[in-house]
Design a protein around this ligand. Structure first.
Ligand SMILES: Nc1nc2c(ncn2[C@@H]2O[C@H](COP(=O)(O)OP(=O)(O)OP(=O)(O)O)[C@@H](O)[C@H]2O)c(=O)[nH]1
Ligand SMILES: [Mg+2]
Length: 475
């Protein structure tokens, strides 16, 4: 069955309360043979962050990632969106013509639209109309595999579409007022037997209940995730961040021989994978790969994905992967910075990795980026170029606050030795009558934690542990 937006309303959730049924699934059942045909439209506003050479290019990539066939595009320059239709009157007529000529099923707007504009456009064009945020949410919904991701996407979808549904309800109310429950049922397709009004109230209540249920579940996942990440706080953690399709998963695979899914699609990765990354010489750190970012991420999506981004939020070092072969590398980098700021990660030390140097034919962009940022490395996750230097740099940082100390552990404290081996580089081991003496290189914070957990371990430090008064205040 192919759904239209008017045949799916939140009351569907009553039948499948724990499933991931979006409130307004823009593309309905994807198992239909023929891909949906879309006309892309956009209003180019003066402050746009779109690529001026190809303003609808990213939207086309998003549409393709959602499995939609783009059959025509139309762009209008305006200083603001028109209140009723987003476009001006003349261009609206042109859009209607193009949609008919191209036999399109859907119009996808690059701008985020108000419920009223969507309604106006749908009435004028006679097709469903969705906006950029809805498209992104739809891709997330179709890719979400874990229960965590499914709940997060559903919450973001419900919160984003709730105002639109209210718009839809107003529409239903009008029809219900004129034709009674039957008309509302015919349009709503929600099995409305009683008067439209009553169904609308039920739908409103169901959606509210579902939102609070999802919020409770997600809060529980957040807590569990925080404990999980907190328990690893004694290990140096590196997080890959970056625009979607920049090559984060490819890099994770190359560095750690993991088998993370890689694809030339937007939002190929939707969860977080953390693996051990061996830097050689008995030193290793944790490396995590997560969901990519994009400009103008739908409001609420980042908040809903907090649990997924927990590793990123608590990383000791961020590796910001930039696709230097993209003509919009600069804007992409700025969008990622904005999301990091939003997540409270702006202060985490960062290395910028200009990726895909093997196919970057405009090195001027790389030059410019390198001049504007500190700590930039040029790499290719595909060919491995520049990765030795990356390993050296990360090793240097992971060892940044390391100290060389000699510790003594009584023979009875085997567990202490096990823990020590996990986090320290052991240089020498001497067996004495009162216990084992080890010369180790270890990070200061990790040494302090071990001292707290294993008081029987004594430390002979050749240098003072705390060498700056400010650091002492932090303790
Ligand atoms: N030529 C070239 N292609 C690369 C390089 N790194 C990644 N790619 C390609 O870029 C595309 C995206 O790679 P992914 O690793 O899936 O990107 P990602 O950042 O994980 O993307 P999302 O998970 O969607 O956010 C794939 O087609 C990769 O083969 C590189 O260094 N050079
Ligand atoms: Mg990925």
């Amino acid at each position: 069955m192919r759904h239209s937006i008017r045949s799916q309303t939140p009351s569907d959730h009553r039948d499948t309360p724990r499933s991931n049924r979006p409130a307004r699934d823009p593309f309905g059942d994807r198992s239909t043979k023929r891909p949906e045909r879309a006309v892309l439209a956009g209003v180019l506003l003066p402050n746009t962050k779109a690529d001026l050479r190809n303003p609808l290019g990213e939207l086309a990539a998003l549409a393709e990632s959602a499995g939609v066939k783009v059959v025509d595009t139309m762009i209008q320059k305006r200083t603001e969106l028109s209140a009723a239709y987003a476009l001006g009157k003349g261009r609206l007529a042109e859009l209607v013509e193009r949609v008919t000529a191209a036999q399109a099923d859907v119009v996808i707007f690059d701008n985020d639209l108000a419920p009223r504009q969507i309604r106006g456009l749908e009435e004028a064009v006679g097709r469903k109309v969705i906006d950029r945020s809805e498209l992104i949410l739809d891709i997330f919904a179709s890719r979400a595999k874990t229960r965590e991701a499914q709940l997060q996407v559903e919450l973001a979808q419900l919160e984003y579409t709730a105002p639109r549904l209210r718009g839809l309800w107003t529409h239903l109310e009008r029809i219900a007022g004129a034709g009674g429950g039957t008309a509302a049922g015919a349009v709503g397709g929600v099995g409305t037997r009683g008067p439209g009004e009553r169904q609308i109230e039920i739908d409103r209540r169901v959606i509210k209940e579902r939102i609070s249920f999802l919020k409770r579940e997600i809060a529980e996942i957040d807590r569990r995730k925080q404990r999980e990440v907190g328990s690893r706080s004694d290990q140096f953690t590196v997080s890959l961040v970056g625009y979607t399709n920049s090559g984060k998963s490819t890099l994770l695979n190359k560095l750690t021989h993991a088998d993370q899914f890689v694809a030339n699609l937007l939002f190929a990765t939707l969860d977080t994978k953390t693996v051990r990354w061996s830097l050689g010489e008995a030193r290793s750190v944790l490396l995590s790969d997560t969901v990519g970012f994009i400009r103008d991420l739908p409001h609420g999506l980042v908040a809903s994905f907090r649990a997924t981004l927990e590793e990123t939020i608590h990383a000791d070092l961020l590796l910001h992967v930039v696709d230097i072969s993209s003509t919009t590398a600069w804007q992409q980098m700025e969008s990622v910075d904005a999301v990091l700021e939003n997540l409270g990660c702006a202060k985490i030390p960062q290395l910028t990795l200009l990726n895909k140097v093997d196919i970057a034919d405009h090195s001027a962009m790389a030059e410019m980026l390198a001049q504007h940022r500190r700590d930039v490395l040029r790499i290719s996750a595909l060919t491995g170029e520049g990765l030795d230097e990356l390993v050296r740099e990360v090793t240097r940082r992971a060892e940044g606050d390391a100290v060389d100390v000699t510790v003594r552990v009584p023979h009875t404290e085997g567990k202490t030795i096990t823990e020590l081996l996990k986090v320290a580089d052991v240089r020498e081991r001497r067996y004495l009558s009162e216990g084992v003496e080890l010369d180790v290189r270890i990070n200061r914070s990790q040494l302090r934690q071990l001292q707290g957990r294993f008081p029987a371990m004594t430390v002979a430090t050749p240098e003072p542990l705390v060498d700056n008064p400010e650091a002492q205040l932090d303790d």
